[in-house]
Design a protein around this ligand. Structure first.
Ligand code: DGP
Length: 115
């Protein structure tokens, strides 16, 4: 699959507000925030979507995405009140950018069911 805008963000060709970075993971504020805190947490390796994952190959990386979410939630002061993590997958899931990403949403009370 062709690379997405997130590859350019990883290469720092497009400026974003980075909140966390390691060798394998990048997290930055969403351009179209749906909550007071809305951060995208992505692997630097190109994986289009959830259905391209398998636990044996990607277990470590997935753990690092969740570690990042916990650290960012703490750093941005939303850990105690709670937050929501979302992976959209495919067109019915509402995925627009086909580079795996976790949405971290917080700073307000979330509603359920999601739209
Ligand atoms: P999804 O619909 O799950 O594929 O979410 C993609 C998100 O990516 C969407 O909330 C907007 C965000 N996004 C797309 N392009 C950019 C960009 O250039 N910069 C930033 N910061 N976010 C972007």
């Amino acid at each position: 699959m062709a690379e997405t805008i997130f590859s350019k963000i990883i290469r720092k060709e497009i400026p974003v507000d980075i909140v966390y970075e390691t060798e394998t993971v990048l997290a930055f504020r969403d351009i179209n925030p749906q909550a007071p805190v809305h951060v995208l947490i992505i692997p630097k390796v190109e994986i289009p979507k959830i259905t391209d994952l398998d636990g044996k190959t990607h277990g470590q990386l997935l753990g690092e995405l969740f570690d990042a979410a916990n650290k960012i939630a703490n750093d941005l002061g939303i850990a105690e009140d709670g937050f929501r993590l979302v992976f959209n997958c495919g067109s019915n899931g509402g995925q627009d950018v086909f580079h795996l990403h976790m949405h971290l949403l917080g700073g307000r009370k979330m509603t359920w069911p999601p739209g």
